[in-house]
Design a binder for this molecule. Structure first.
Ligand code: WT7
Length: 649
């Protein structure tokens, strides 16, 4: 049996919600959280049934859950229309003229779309899809920039029961081909281009290259965003705006089974072909609706902004389905955070009075690197709540976010979840959970999270192990599209009937969950198993460091030695003295065992397009001196040459 993951991180800063925040919050005390949590564990049917009833059902369900591990059915027998829940429900009542989406393009163009307008847009586009021969159950690939039409296309698919598969607009033609082949989609919705860092991303051109390899596409619907020249294949390619004028802006919704597939979203995984994570309708909508309501404690007057792309699960669950099911007002921004400079996000917050802001640690670290003067130039007093998702947030990045963006007054919800979980799983509730920088804190309602060792025993407090979920939850993935065996093997084979997330974690005495990194990345130094997150956080807590990635390198004596790649803040430069200082810093804050054998100064770290550090590539680099592994998900290939150079300087 291999040993458990050790933990050396001590964090004793605690932040309690302000009284005023708590008083107004839906969940205003830990006692109230515990009571509801207990109900959600002991009587999931009662808890989730009550939540689901806040949505619009055409036909009620007969049973809340049918569980034949690892296959779940939620709200069995119920029928609903997901798009009607996200749009029509608000477009009829008091929210009809409320802004659903406040859009800002990268060049500065602005549009406000009300719920009534969104209904007309979604209905019209649903008619366009029907007119172009798309039926319920058909798979539709969406490859769009971050513009309202991306959400409209998703909702129009949902409205007619077509299954969307959004491919992130930053992905290449090859990624499109893989996803077309796996999903069997025969329709693509795209745009001529999208704006990114002042340039046009040629989306339609990429689609054209993909179709040289994949020839089964019947229709390509093209939205005109940038006006760049594109080639339209007669009979196959049609313009969104030309199709739209042929149809009406009303559409009668049909109703679909609660388990009707809603979308497939591909996650890369470190090896093998991408996994098509399948999500269905009633459970997914209930899960995203409920979590959005409680985690962001959404109010009628809030202006919410999630900076993710609709191409990721965060965009699906917390830009499209969760917020719209709640009738929220949100900002949507097309472009890069540093266009024209690192003040862009803060300018958008000031101009739109954003009150809830949800972003990723990678973005926060980029802002820290760029310097404090950018946020300091803007009025951020409209903010009342901040969120983080995607990676463990290093305590020092948390503190910076709390002080420089939140002005010390906004709670931070550090939300742990995955493409597969569909909705937020471990998270503070902002009106009641005591916050500690670096932990996603407590399980959300209905989430039976635990840490198990290799034998399946539950770990003691602060003992590291595998993060698992022991009960089904409404927004969980139903399977990997077309590959049940892989679904079972990947997520359900470590322990009988239990979902394994693939993350290492520990739980402290107060029940807070600390993610220590992906299980595959855990270091093994002289028989001590260390998560990457703690060593990285120790480095980031040094005033010169903006970001770091830590990996193991084969070592004859220790098994593995620790190697650290470090990106400095703009205001600092590399030196031998600093190298030694950083090693000592880790030694002091964690212990000699974690002290890096080597510290390399890298101008940038290799990341996926969604901003996650690709430790796999660094591991290969430090053990073989080169990188030959799969780099298709790598955001910026030029970082590799710089990394190699950093190892010899
Ligand atoms: C993996 C899932 C969830 C939407 C975006 C990513 C890591 C995510 C946190 C967090 C620590 C986190 C985990 C997880 N992760 N959020 N708050 N703290 N780690 O979705 O691409 O499916 O990635 O991201 O390692 O397993 P994804």
């Amino acid at each position: 049996m291999s040993k458990n993951i050790e933990s050396h991180q001590i964090e004793d800063r605690v932040f309690l919600p302000a009284d005023e925040f708590s008083r107004k919050a839906r969940i205003s005390s830990l006692a109230q959280y515990k009571k509801l949590y207990k109900e959600s564990m002991e009587k999931p049917g009662v808890f989730w049934g009550r939540e689901a009833k806040e949505l619009l059902w055409h036909k009620p369900w007969s049973k809340v859950l049918e569980w034949k591990a690892p296959f779940a059915k939620w709200f069995v027998g119920g029928k609903l229309n997901v798009a009607e829940n996200c749009v029509d429900r608000h477009a009829c009542g008091e929210r009809a003229n409320k802004a659903a989406i406040i859009f800002e393009g990268e060049p500065g163009d602005k549009r406000v779309i009300t719920y009534a307008q969104l209904r007309r847009d979604v209905c019209r586009f649903a008619n366009v899809l029907v007119n172009n021969g798309i039926k319920s159950g058909d798979r539709v690939l969406i490859y769009m920039p971050m513009i309202p039409e991306a959400a409209i296309a998703m909702l129009a698919c949902a409205r007619i029961g077509a299954v969307h598969s959004v491919v992130f607009g930053g992905f290449s033609a090859d990624s499109i081909v893989d996803r077309l082949e796996d999903s069997g989609a025969t329709t693509i919705i795209t745009a001529d281009g999208g704006w990114r860092r002042g340039k046009i991303i040629p989306l339609k051109e990429n689609v054209d290259s993909a179709m040289e390899k994949f020839t089964h596409i019947r229709k390509v619907i093209v939205y005109q965003r940038c006006g760049n020249p594109v080639i339209m294949a007669p009979g196959r390619d049609v313009w969104w705006h030309e199709e739209s004028v042929k149809v009406s802006s009303t559409h009668k919704a049909k109703y679909f089974d609660s388990e009707h597939p809603l979308f497939i979203l591909y996650t890369s995984g470190s090896t093998g072909k991408p996994k098509g994570i399948l999500h269905t309708s009633g459970g997914y909508l209930t899960g995203t609706y409920t979590s959005f309501k409680y985690v962001f404690d959404i109010r009628e007057e809030d202006v919410y902004w999630c900076t993710a792309d609709v191409g990721w699960i965060t965009g699906h669950s917390y830009i499209v389905y969760g917020p719209l099911a709640n009738g929220a007002t949100q900002v949507m921004y097309e472009g890069a955070p540093n266009q024209p400079d690192f003040g862009r996000f803060w300018k958008i917050i000031e101009e739109n009075g954003v009150s809830i802001f949800y972003t990723a640690p990678t973005a926060i670290r980029a802002f820290i690197k760029a310097g404090d003067h950018f946020p300091a130039n803007y009025d951020l007093s409209s903010l009342r709540l901040l969120g983080s998702v995607g990676e463990p947030i290093n305590p020092e990045a948390w503190m910076w976010y709390h002080q420089k963006i939140g002005g010390g007054r906004c709670p931070i919800v550090d939300t742990w979840w995955q493409t597969e979980t569909g909705s937020i799983m471990i998270t503070p509730l902002p009106g009641c959970t005591p916050l500690k920088p670096g932990t996603a804190t407590l399980p959300f309602f209905g989430v039976d999270a635990a840490i198990l060792d290799e034998t399946g025993r539950e770990c003691k407090a602060n003992e590291g192990g595998k993060l698992v979920i022991r009960k089904p939850w409404p927004a969980m993935t139903r399977t990997i599209y077309g590959d049940k065996a892989r679904y079972k093997k990947t997520y359900w084979s470590d322990y009988e009937g239990i979902y394994t997330a693939g993350d290492g974690a520990r739980c402290d005495k107060a029940g807070n969950f600390w993610i220590v990194g992906r299980i595959d990345d855990v270091l093994n130094v002289s028989g001590h198993r260390l998560g990457t997150a703690e060593v990285e956080s120790s480095l980031v807590s040094h005033p010169a460091v903006a970001e770091s990635a830590v990996v193991g390198r084969p070592d004859e004596i220790k098994g593995q030695g620790v190697v650290a790649f470090v990106t400095l803040k703009e205001s600092h430069s590399p030196s031998e003295a600093l190298r030694k200082e950083l090693r000592d810093h880790v030694g002091k804050s964690i212990g000699a065992i974690a002290k890096p054998d080597a510290v390399y100064f890298a101008p940038a770290l290799p990341k996926t397009r969604s901003g996650k550090i690709m430790r796999r590539l660094l591991k290969e680099l430090v053990s073989t001196g080169d990188i030959s592994g799969n780099i298709t998900t790598l955001d910026d290939i030029t970082v590799l040459a710089n990394l190699k150079a950093s190892m010899t300087s």
